[in-house]
Every structure is written in structure tokens, then in C-alpha cells.
Ligand binder design. Structure first.
Ligand code: ADP
Ligand code: MG
Length: 710
């Protein structure tokens, strides 16, 4: 049977239902999915050298016969396999630790390929933990049709795939080969021809063949770094469709009418009056951009990026006043109740004269959070429950989403969709995020939005000294905090969890609260997600008023808490937090000091205490956080340590961001894809756009919800 790209993998000869299921479990449903599952590295087996010619210190591939095998146990009981291989001229020793999984894998006489770093040990050439492939019998002959030469695993540059359970790299290689062989000679290539021509990129079919089975003369370094034309073609293809999708979405919204607002002197006056301080230059220009958007007659779709403490809130409140003065209602959404309540408090204080209402979801919903106002509120503050039917707006003009990074990618699309009531005029939308993300990723996540950035921090912000210490030093730390509180300042203690967990041996917030209460001559408060809203509020208010000096809390304080007098933070079990979270938490101290509160040469202090179980990766996270407060640097470090899937928290939804592209490696291509996509859409005719939309829907719908692009 001839295959097509859309054929289910189980119909590839040699697959069947069982392997089909295994592949599906790894997100590979169709022939196309399989072909876009690219090798993660390549081995140059085109010109194998005899063992005798190999040098210690180099990495390479050896093909030889198994001679001896010996499974032993180390003193600590770990299985260790030692194997010698020879090629007639020389011998090589291979060693694997934790080698139980290799029991009965090899037999003497077998031909194997080994890949690893060569070392000399007591005069013998050795590879530790080499990757291997059992070559066995030579396999089926050449098939010119697929453009692939003789053997798939010898005498060529060999692709190495991430194994999927029982599907080893070798088996995947054969499957890919079969699929390529059975595909028709041509298949649709929607990537614009002029784009391909400009970058001298191969067609889709040729690119797929070259990526899986590269010609022997392809420079191996270019392959490893994804710089061959074939790889670039596939990367650009993926990013181009993504950017085209985001751009179509953008243009679609821009074609609609939005609430047209006007600016006049009286309104500008009320915006100024709102400010208890002089705005920074960045705050001013961002506000100008927002106000222009809201006057444009088109719905605003704007992202406001600014690091923790850069002063986004006041800009958002100004935007809200602008809308309210234009007779529109405003919705302000925060990711947590605590933050919603905090916004409510500061709005009440700053926006005297406007009707502000707090709406909470869940248990709190039944009891209205604020007394019913005689007239409809102008500003409604709440969690996302607001848009889930929590409130009926009569004249919604502006939706503000705070701390957007706490909502997922898909959730944002949903929120914005709901915020924009298509029946009437779609509201203006302003999303704010404090998670600085590398530019490539910003383009991927927010490519459909216009962006504004606040780079300066407000005057009066304190320096923060960050220290990483082992938990064994905690007594010293408690004493240190006591001294800092003695000068009238306040402190946070942050814990990963609320409840005792024997398995994890965490010092829970509850018992620490008890302990600090007896240790300190101060009022100590406890704040966590399981308290009733009333209790939470009371504790927050007391801390804000300085009636509580030390606040023991879980990560509920991660976002938005703003108590300038709190200048010390201790994070216990810091190894359990991610970089972004630590950065957010630390942002709670070092807040700008109102003029009356400033003290000369004072610093804020953040202490990261880690338990004995702090692994190497965690050590590196803590070191990164201690090394810089630059959110962008931290974001890159985070991305490098975690990889993009987890970085976005999209893993749980089973939707990886990219299949071919890698955000850090391919930054430049993301930029190119964006400008190319825009240019293409400017000149493309309706028929071409239709083809493009089909491609986008096929590829990105599952991952991005880019459904309504057309
Ligand atoms: P974030 O961007 O993290 O939401 P906030 O809006 O909470 O930051 O602002 C952090 C703190 O800085 C707040 O206490 C706020 O009142 C103060 N602030 C904001 N802008 C200025 C400014 N221009 N001058 C002085 N203080 C400011
Ligand atoms: Mg904020």
C-alpha cells in the first residue's frame, strides 16, 4: 500500500497495532509525525578507522566484534559490565555501570557499533558508558527509490534517535526508512517557493530524506548543530507556520472595531492625579502606547512586560481610569485570590470616587465579597472566575490580565477570547507579565500581541543581597533575621508546602510558625492557601500595617505582595523551587521605599536555605538566582537547565511547543520566520492564504489552539 503523510503509523509495513500504540503514546500518530521526529544526533560511520588508529581523548565510533564479557558487582553492589571488542588489529575495553539492564544483551562474536569518548587506562584503550548498537547481520540491500544507500547503519552518517520504550534508535531508523521508501515521489510543500529560493533550501521531501539519511559528505558538525539546509528548511517551516498563524490571528482582531475612546485634558488630569510619585520614563511611554491603542478604534492586544517590582500595577490602574472616564467598564483579573484582594485594596485607595467591586469564585462567590453597589461597578476585580460567568458586564471596554505567566499559553487564548465578546465590540486587552522570557520565546508565545516593556526599576528600590546557605546554618539565619527585625523592619519565611509530608521531610510552615513564635519577641503570622479568605485578609492586613513583623508563608505570596517595609526573606528548602519562582519570591523584598521610609545604605536580603537533598541541578538553580537579579538572564538560565517543554509548563497538557525547532538554538530563525510570515501575508492572494491556513491548522492547532486563524 502506498503511504501518504496522513497515513496512520500502524499501516507502515512492520508496525501494526501494538507498535502503533507505543508510537501514539509518544505523540507520533501519522507518517508525518514520524518523519518530523528528527534524530537528536548523528554518528559518522562513513569512514571507520581501525582501533589501532584511535587516539585517547577523542570521541568517535568504533565498529568491532565482541570478544569477552564480564558482569561483576562493585563493592556497593552496583552491577558493572566490562566488555572487550576487537577488530583484528586492536582491542578496546568498554565499561558500563548500573549495568543490570545490559544483562544478556551482548554475545561474543557479535558485531557492535560503539560511540563514546576514548580514554587510556593503564595503557589500554577504553570507553566508559559508550552508546552502542548491535549490528548483527548485514541488512536488506539498497533501494534507490528512497534515495538511501546500502546499509542504514554502516558506511554512512547514521541518525541516532531518542528511543521510545521498546523502540530503539535502530528500529526507529528502519521505520523511518520504510516510511520514506513507501511515500509517493512528491508531496505537497506549502512553504512559499520564494522563501525556499532565498535561503537556498531544499523541498520538503528532499529535506526529510537528507535529515534522516544525510549524504556522506555532509559536514558532521553542521548536522549536530542543525545548520544543514535540510534541517534549516524544517526549522524554518515550523516557525514560519507558527508565526503566520499568530500574525493571521493578530490581523483578524485588528480588522474588528474596538471601543473607541477619547483623550481630553480632564481625563489626562485624572490620570496624573492618580500617581503618588513621579512615573519613570518607561512608565510614561508605556502608558502613552496603551492610551493610543485605546483611541485607535481597533481592539488593543498588548503585552506589558516588566520585571518584578518594575511598577506595572500603577500603569494598569491608569489604563483602567482612562477606560472608566470614557464610560466603559474594566475587568482586572489576577491569578490568585490573594492578589485579587490586594489589587482591590490598592484600587480602593487609589481610585476613590470610582465604583470598584471585588468578585471571587468558588466558596467565596456565594457570599458577595463586597456589598452590592447601587449602580453597576466601573472596575471589577477578581480571579479568572470573572470571565467564567462570575460577572455580567454591560459595557466592558478593557480587560487587564495581571501576572499572565501564571496562566498557561492555552488559557491565555481562552481568556482573551472570552474577554472579547464577538457579538458586540471586542474589548481592549492588556496582559501583564513579570516573567521575562528570551525574545525567541516571547515571539512564540506572544507573537500575536503588541508588546511594551518597562526596563527601569522605580527610584527608591533597594538592592537585594542573595545568599545560598545549607539548612544546617538555619540557627544563624534565625538570629540574623531577629537582628534585622530589631531595627523595625519585617521579614518573610517561605516554605514549599503547607502540610507535613513524611516522605519529603519538609519543615512545614505550620510547625515553623510555632517555632518562630516562641523564638522571636515579635508577632508572627501564618499565611497559606488553605486559610479562609477572612483569615487570609486579616493576616495580610496586619502584616501590611506592621502589626505582624514576621510572616511565615507558602508560595501564596509569590506574586504581587507589596509591603515595602519587609526587607528580609528566608526561603527554606529553596532546592524545591524553580528559578522563576525564586525570582518572583525574591521580588517581594527590595520594594521601592516611600520617601519617608528611606534609610541610607540599607539593603534587602534574601537567604536561600537548602536541605541535604539538594542535587546538582538544584545547586545550579540556586547559584543562578544568587548570581543575578536580571530577569532575562535568569530566564535564559532556566531555559537551559530545564528545556523549553517544562519551561512553559506545557508538558502536563501533553503539548510540546516545537517538534523540530529549539528556541535557544534557533533564535535567529524565529526572527526571520516572523518577518517572512508578515511579508508573505502582505502579498499573498486569498488562495495562497487558504493553503497556508490549512497547514497552520494541521500543525499548530493541537499545540496552540490556533484554530480561528482564518
Ligand atoms: P510590579 O511590576 O511587580 O507589579 P508594582 O506595580 O507592584 O510592581 O510596583 C512595585 C512598587 O513600586 C510599588 O510599591 C509601587 O507603589 C512602587 N512604584 C511604582 N512606580 C513607582 C515610581 N515611579 N516611583 C516610585 N515608586 C514606584
Ligand atoms: Mg504586579
Amino acid at each position: 500500500m502506498a503511504l501518504s503523510l496522513a497515513t496512520e503509523v500502524k499501516y507502515i509495513p512492520g508496525v501494526g497495532p501494538r507498535l502503533g500504540e507505543l508510537l501514539a503514546a509518544h505523540g507520533v500518530f501519522t507518517v508525518e509525525d514520524l518523519l518530523y521526529h528528527l534524530p537528536f544526533r548523528y554518528e559518522d560511520r562513513s569512514q571507520l578507522r581501525p582501533i589501532q588508529a584511535l587516539l585517547s581523548g577523542e570521541s568517535g565510533t568504533v565498529v568491532a566484534q565482541v570478544q569477552t564479557l564480564k558482569m561483576t558487582r562493585t563493592r556497593r553492589g552496583m552491577a558493572m559490565l566490562a566488555m572487550t571488542v576487537g577488530d583484528g588489529g586492536g582491542t578496546l575495553q568498554c565499561v558500563w555501570y548500573n549495568a543490570d539492564y545490559l544483562k544478556d544483551k551482548f554475545e561474543s562474536g557479535q558485531t557492535v557499533a560503539l560511540f563514546g569518548k576514548l580514554e587510556r587506562e593503564y595503557g589500554r584503550l577504553q570507553m566508559r558508558q559508550p552508546e552502542f548498537e548491535i549490528l548483527g547481520e548485514p541488512e536488506e540491500g539498497a533501494d534507490e527509490k528512497a534515495g538511501v544507500a546500502h546499509s542504514l547503519k554502516l558506511g554512512r552518517i547514521v541518525p541516532v534517535y531518542e528511543a521510545m520504550g521498546a523502540l530503539t534508535s535502530g528500529r526507529l531508523r528502519r521505520l523511518v526508512y520504510r516510511a520514506l521508501q513507501d511515500l509517493p515521489g512528491e508531496f505537497p510543500d506549502a512553504l512559499p517557493a520564494e522563501l525556499r529560493a532565498r535561503f537556498k533550501l531544499p523541498e520538503r521531501r528532499a529535506a526529510l530524506i537528507a535529515v534522516h539519511f544525510p549524504e556522506n559528505q555532509t559536514p558532521i558538525e553542521e548536522l549536530q548543530e542543525a545548520r544543514t539546509p535540510a534541517q534549516i528548511r524544517l526549522i524554518l517551516e515550523e516557525l514560519f507556520y507558527l508565526q503566520a498563524g499568530l500574525e493571521l490571528k493578530r490581523r483578524r482582531v485588528r480588522r474588528q472595531a474596538g471601543p473607541a475612546m477619547i483623550s481630553k485634558p480632564a481625563i489626562r488630569e485624572s490620570l496624573k492625579r492618580l500617581l503618588p510619585f513621579h512615573p519613570t520614563q518607561d512608565q510614561k511611554s508605556v502608558l502613552r502606547e496603551i492610551v493610543l491603542d485605546m483611541q485607535s478604534g481597533r481592539p488593543m492586544r498588548r503585552l506589558l512586560q516588566g520585571d518584578v517590582g518594575s511598577g506595572k500595577t500603577i500603569v494598569a490602574l491608569q489604563a483602567a481610569v482612562f477606560a472608566m472616564e470614557n464610560n466603559y467598564q474594566v475587568a482586572l483579573m489576577a491569578p490568585t485570590q490573594i492578589l485579587a484582594e490586594q489589587h482591590y485594596l490598592s484600587a480602593k485607595q487609589r481610585l476613590a470616587g470610582y465604583r470598584v467591586e471585588l468578585v471571587l469564585g468558588g466558596a467565596a462567590k456565594r457570599k458577595r465579597a463586597t456589598p452590592l453597589l447601587p449602580e453597576p461597578p466601573q472596575l471589577v476585580i477578581g480571579t479568572q472566575a470573572l470571565l467564567e460567568g462570575g460577572f455580567q458586564f454591560s459595557r466592558l471596554g478593557l480587560v487587564i490580565v495581571d501576572e499572565q505567566h501564571r496562566f498557561g499559553v492555552l488559557q491565555r487564548f481562552q481568556l482573551m477570547h472570552k474577554g472579547a465578546d464577538p457579538a458586540t465590540h471586542p474589548a481592549h486587552v492588556l496582559v501583564m507579565t513579570a516573567t521575562p522570557i528570551p525574545r525567541t520565546l516571547a515571539l512564540a508565545l506572544y507573537g500575536d500581541l503588541d508588546t511594551s516593556v518597562i526596563r527601569q526599576s522605580p527610584p527608591g528600590a533597594l538592592d537585594i543581597v542573595t545568599r545560598v546557605l545549607p539548612g544546617s546554618r538555619s540557627d544563624d539565619v534565625y538570629e540574623f533575621v531577629r537582628r534585622r527585625c530589631a531595627s523595625g523592619r519585617q521579614a518573610y519565611f517561605v516554605y514549599p508546602l503547607v502540610e507535613e509530608s513524611e516522605a519529603l521531610d519538609l519543615k512545614p510552615a505550620q510547625s515553623m510558625f510555632e517555632k518562630l513564635r516562641t523564638l522571636y519577641p515579635y508577632q508572627v503570622g501564618l499565611l497559606h492557601g488553605k486559610l479562609t479568605p477572612v483569615k487570609k485578609n486579616a493576616t495580610m492586613a496586619a502584616f501590611r500595617a506592621g502589626k505582624i513583623q514576621v510572616l511565615v508563608a507558602t508560595t501564596v505570596i509569590e506574586v504581587g505582595m507589596d509591603v515595602p517595609n519587609a526587607t528580609t526573606m528566608v526561603i527554606e528548602h529553596a532546592e524545591r523551587f524553580g528559578i522563576a519562582q525564586l525570582h518572583q519570591l525574591r521580588g517581594r523584598v527590595g520594594r521601592p521605599q516611600p520617601p519617608g521610609m528611606r534609610r541610607a545604605s540599607e539593603q534587602s536580603c534574601c537567604i536561600l536555605l537548602h536541605g541535604p537533598e539538594c542535587g546538582e541541578l538544584a545547586q545550579r538553580r540556586l547559584a543562578a538566582v544568587a548570581a543575578t537579579r536580571d530577569g532575562f538572564e535568569l530566564a535564559e538560565a532556566d531555559l537551559k537547565l530545564r528545556g523549553p517543554g517544562e519551561f512553559f509548563g506545557t508538558q502536563q497538557s501533553g503539548a510540546p511547543m516545537f517538534t523540530v525547532a529549539q528556541p535557544l538554538r534557533d533564535q535567529a530563525w524565529m526572527e526571520i520566520a516572523r518577518s517572512e510570515a508578515r511579508a508573505y501575508l502582505d502579498r499573498a492572494g486569498a488562495a495562497e492564504v487558504r493553503v497556508l491556513v490549512e497547514q497552520i491548522q494541521q500543525r499548530w492547532q493541537r499545540r496552540y489552539g490556533l484554530v480561528e486563524v482564518g
